[in-house]
Design a protein around this ligand. Structure first.
Ligand code: ZN
Length: 369
């Protein structure tokens, strides 16, 4: 049933393509999501790293704006509903992973599935364990984000990303190998991996989420290592690729109002973005989008204490907040990512070869119904 829907979806997509040439979609799309990363988190990290605000790497990308984050069920979203909005262009209730809830519970086609069906290579990278809500929104369909085993099953038997790199909890070497994946479990193995190999790669690092950057990663890879390896694997393909990279633990440090860990996670996230920007700089065929799913902690920076010193801040929450989150973009079609947009717009801006006012043409997901 789902496969049939993909075909319907794609035939609509290709009709659109036929009308305006496929060159209007970038060959490669890299989407970075800083989980829990609001404007104040970016400001705090910039002050610590560079001594001033507004100079953290991705803040220099050509286009930028902000994103509204509410879910179908709440003004304050969780990562499952926000991830689903970004991945599918449809608002769902908190906790839901890429199923139409509220609604008929049908599977919603994700950007990852859309690009895979176009014969592009696809990948998911996160510092959380790989079946956590944000990556799951792109590669799985479950009613509740806590169904980690079902999410892994969806990855390994349905969406089958070419690259799956993250914390090891809930995914096993045995299951991944059975599904044809090569498995690596530490930084050394990851960096030595033959990126020309056609076998899909499952990085299963540590025992849970990856550790915090501020605590040291030992033998485990940094987000930048995972991002660079993922790009090396995926670039090896004429049709191009889609890659989602999540800085997943900015959120965790936000929940515990831990400024140092929060800043270190954001800085590493910025490094990973920079690696992708440097790779794409001379190509002209790649879109890079950097955003967040929601803010975590109600952070407010009060005073800059200079480079290498934590700024003075106030945290007003141990949970998520409903404020708009940052948006930055560079490369092909990046001009779409400006002003104040809704998180559902990201799906549309990434997947549609031409953008016309929504009122004149239904969104692709609506056509699928
Ligand atoms: Zn959270």
């Amino acid at each position: 049933m789902f496969r049939k829907k993909i075909l319907v979806f794609l035939s609509v997509g290709f009709l659109l393509l036929a009308g305006c040439t496929s060159s209007e979609l970038p060959k490669n799309t890299i989407l970075f999501i800083g989980d829990g990363m609001g404007f104040e988190q970016v400001k705090a990290a910039g002050m610590y790293l560079n001594g001033q605000a507004n100079v953290l790497g991705f803040e220099f990308l050509q286009y930028g704006g902000q994103v509204k984050t509410r879910s179908a069920s709440s003004a304050i979203t969780d990562s499952a509903a926000a991830g689903t909005s970004i991945a599918t262009g449809v608002k769902v209730n908190n906790g839901v992973i890429s199923l139409r809830i509220p609604g008929n519970e049908e599977k919603l086609l994700t950007t990852l599935e859309y690009f895979k069906a176009m014969d592009k290579k696809v990948g998911l990278v996160s510092t959380t364990f790989i079946s956590h809500a944000t990556p799951a929104s792109f590669g799985a369909h479950v009613k509740s984000r806590g169904k980690y085993k079902d999410i892994v099953k969806d990855y390994l038997s349905n969406s089958k990303p070419h690259v799956l790199l993250g914390g090891a909890k809930h995914i096993s070497r045995k299951d991944a190998e059975k599904a044809g994946y090569t498995v690596v479990t530490n930084r050394d193995e990851l960096l030595k991996h033959d990126t020309k190999s056609n076998a899909p790669l499952s990085g299963q690092f540590g025992k849970d989420h990856l550790p915090y950057e501020a605590d040291g990663l030992g033998k485990l890879p940094h987000l930048t290592d995972m991002t660079i390896t993922a790009i090396k694997i995926l670039e090896n393909h004429d049709e191009g690729f889609f890659l989602m990279v999540e800085g997943g633990k900015i959120d965790h440090a936000g929940h515990s109002n831990d400024l140092k860990r929060n800043i270190y996670e954001t800085i590493e996230f910025a490094k990973a973005v920079q690696a992708a920007v440097d790779w794409a700089a001379k190509r002209g065929d790649t879109l890079i989008v950097v955003t967040s799913d929601h803010e975590t902690g109600g952070l407010k920076v009060i005073k800059n204490n200079g480079k290498g010193n934590l700024p003075d801040v106030i945290w007003s929450s141990k949970g998520h907040t409903g404020v708009n989150v940052p948006l930055y973009a560079t490369g092909k079609n990046a001009e779409r990512f400006k002003g104040t947009i809704d998180n559902t717009d990201i799906f549309r801006f990434i997947t549609q070869p031409d953008i016309v006012p929504a009122a004149k043409k239904p969104a692709l997901q609506t056509v699928v119904n």
